[in-house]
Design a binder for this molecule. Structure first.
Ligand SMILES: NC(=O)c1ccc[n+]([C@@H]2O[C@H](COP(=O)([O-])OP(=O)(O)OC[C@H]3O[C@@H](n4cnc5c(N)ncnc54)[C@H](O)[C@@H]3O)[C@@H](O)[C@H]2O)c1
Length: 304
């Protein structure tokens, strides 16, 4: 008995890296898998057959899988994911929005095409793939479904040289919070992953800093470390856990803060003067810094 027996999962960008590991892990738990990947380069150019390779790997392990090579960045591609799942397996229960590309530039050099391509695959891609699935859930009144989205510390914390990617990844966190509200009625949870893994997306960034990547590094920090939390969230055991952001990297699994007001002042009878703000804004910033220090203390991993 696998935890995902009788479930059908669609995983975008599953031909490589984190998505491939998720597809293999979910198949091992009994899920039938749609492996989506258009097989392009890290910057989004080109196409390839990596989705078929992962389908063959899953079948060799005794699992069931079919490929879909459409782009997540267009509406027809997104709709084709649901259709592939229905044609092959008659149902869909889980969507993992994992596909991604990178086009790092500082704002000074970021061309419109770099901005548009990254926003299209990540943020628009989440919309294109989620909307058909959400409508299917509503039309079928299908309960217990799961959407698992992919954000990044690049958007949640900020990262130099990634304004396009960071904007898309922060947008995905907001998108997920809204979908969690809109799909709650159907028992569909919507959670966000902030991963950290050595893949073809991140290895070159490390190598550009003059750091080599060994097999031991991959063992300690490869994409296989992200698959378990995603697989767990895909199961029925995660019912009721929604709108959360889980960070996962190098054997760690963590939960992130959500934006909330942490300190406020209120002035009755009149608008604030700039002199009053001279006094109170630094107190707000101090409270925010203390809150961050506290989170950094409580966020230190507990060894199990
Ligand atoms: N690796 C990390 O440390 C890290 C950190 C933060 C966030 N992420 C996110 O995790 C996800 C997976 O990243 P990865 O490191 O495994 O990268 P990866 O490059 O190894 O895999 C991404 C896959 O997405 C596919 N893809 C790209 N555009 C597509 C499109 N339009 N339609 C369908 N497939 C498409 C690619 O062909 C590729 O196989 C991405 O969303 C990435 O932004 C990764």
């Amino acid at each position: 008995m696998g935890r995902l027996d009788d479930r059908v999962a669609v995983i975008t960008g599953a031909g490589r890296g984190i998505g491939r590991e998720i597809a293999l892990a979910m198949a091992k738990e009994g899920a039938r898998i749609v492996v989506n990947d258009l097989g392009g380069n890290t910057d989004g150019s080109g196409t390839g057959k990596v989705a078929d390779d992962v389908v063959n790997e899953i079948r060799a392990l005794g699992g069931e899988a079919v490929s879909n090579t459409q782009s997540v960045a267009d509406v027809a591609g997104g709709a084709s994911l649901l259709q592939t799942a229905l044609d092959a397996f008659g149902q869909m229960d889980v969507l993992v929005n994992n596909a991604g590309i990178l086009r790092d530039r500082t704002i000074f050099k970021m061309e419109e095409s770099d901005w548009d391509a990254v926003l299209a695959v990540h943020l628009r891609g989440h919309y294109c793939c989620s909307r058909p699935f959400a409508n299917y859930i509503r039309e079928q009144n299908r309960t217990g479904c799961r959407i698992i989205n992919f954000s990044s510390v690049s958007g949640l914390y900020g990262n130099f040289g990634q304004a396009n990617y960071g904007a898309a990844k922060a947008g995905i966190a907001g998108f997920s919070r809204v979908l969690a509200l809109e799909l709650a009625k159907y028992g569909c949870t919507v959670n966000t992953i902030s991963p950290g893994a050595l893949t073809r997306m991140t290895i070159p960034l490390r190598e550009n800093r003059g750091q080599s990547v060994s097999d031991q590094d991959i063992e300690a920090g490869g994409p296989q470390h992200i698959a378990p939390i995603v697989t767990w969230l895909a199961g029925l055991e995660s019912a009721g856990i929604t709108s959360e952001i889980f960070h996962s990297a190098r054997g760690g699994v963590s939960i992130m803060q959500q934006p909330r007001v942490i300190k406020s002042f209120h002035k009755s009878g009149g608008v604030w003067t700039l002199e009053e703000l001279d006094r109170y804004v630094p107190e707000l910033v101090k409270a925010r810094r203390e809150n961050l220090e506290n989170a950094e203390r409580t966020g230190k991993p507990v060894e199990i």
